[in-house]
Design a protein around this ligand. Sequence first.
Ligand SMILES: Nc1ncnc2c1ncn2[C@@H]1O[C@H](COP(=O)(O)OP(=O)(O)OP(=O)(O)O)[C@@H](O)[C@H]1O
Ligand SMILES: [Mg+2]
Length: 367
Amino acid sequence: MAEVKLENVHKVYEGKVTAVKDVNLTIQDKEFVVLVGPSGCGKSTALRMIAGLEEISKGTISIDGKVVNDVAPKDRDIAMVFQNYALYPHMSVYENLAFGLKLRKYDKQEIESRVRKAAKILGIEQYLERKPKALSGGQRQRVALGRAIVRQPKVFLFDEPLSNLDANLRVHMRTEISRLHRQLQSTMIYVTHDQIEAMSMGDRIVVMKDGIVQQVDAPLALYHHPANKFVAGFIGSPTMNFIQGTIVQNGSLRFLQERSNFALPVVPGKEQKLKSHIKSQITLGIRPEHIYAQRPSGVESVSSFKVTVEVVEPVGNEIFVYFSTGTDSQYVARIATDTPPEVGKPFEMFFDTSKVHFFEKATERAI
Ligand SMILES: Nc1ncnc2c1ncn2[C@@H]1O[C@H](COP(=O)(O)OP(=O)(O)OP(=O)(O)O)[C@@H](O)[C@H]1O
Ligand SMILES: [Mg+2]
């Protein structure tokens, strides 16, 4: 059992840099929670405070119901895996795995049993006698994970452990870590700036910006119901398209882009919420996959637009089409490979208006 609870946690470095601001978060026992956000948003700081490597400026952190603010890192029963997981180069893999346990004075048999078990879980049994320099990057990464596993901690903390690996290996290792989580059934907190890693691994995702938690939710809930414009833009690739405009009532409610005649009807389901925003500044958001190059069948609420195609990026199973609608803004659509439009030519694009998001311009909150 290991629930990790952060209550009103703040971190101010040197009395001036506020790195983490009033974070309230409960990570349940056995949960896999990912902290994600752009560089400098306070992810590592939050994790390091949980580990006890960084003092908490204000608030409390508890593990398993016990406040740990003043508990030394070694007494918190956590294990952390970093991006730079320096292994001891002069020790064998076995010795690297055993080292932490030896320091803690575990008896030889217990160490041997834990090392063998971890090596088996990670598929590195055949490398136990090798030195780290005779291993591939992925194998070394597994040894680093193994050092955490042998500790059998209540909580695993990961700070961008896969950033040094190449793209293929990263994808592979992220499924390994997910498998490890299912197998070990422990609480895991994982930091990354990569939203795809976050989406594919987390039971829940914590999106941070400027030290502030923006939203905590399951991956698809974040994707479909972003709480604000930042989360909407951060989750999803290519990123959501944003269009500035106002809501006007002309019989029915419509969204009208500034300085153009780009207008989208507001679908009935969203009318009620937007009524109180008539004439106010609004940001409309639409994901690239909800813009089509052909009238989509089975979708009722479609608006079509004449656009100018500016860039066509084939990525294999689909094409990213960058286009404009007559203003200087550029938008992107993800379309199927069978209909590549020509650059520079006028083209018709179809927006699924039931899939748009609306945000207050001033607060950026979702409406
Ligand atoms: N020891 C420190 N002293 C002063 N400021 C610090 C210190 N460590 C971090 N910061 C600042 O705190 C903020 C949060 O840093 P943190 O390392 O937590 O970000 P991060 O989200 O992990 O970013 P990255 O994705 O780049 O690792 C940043 O503005 C950073 O410059
Ligand atoms: Mg960091």
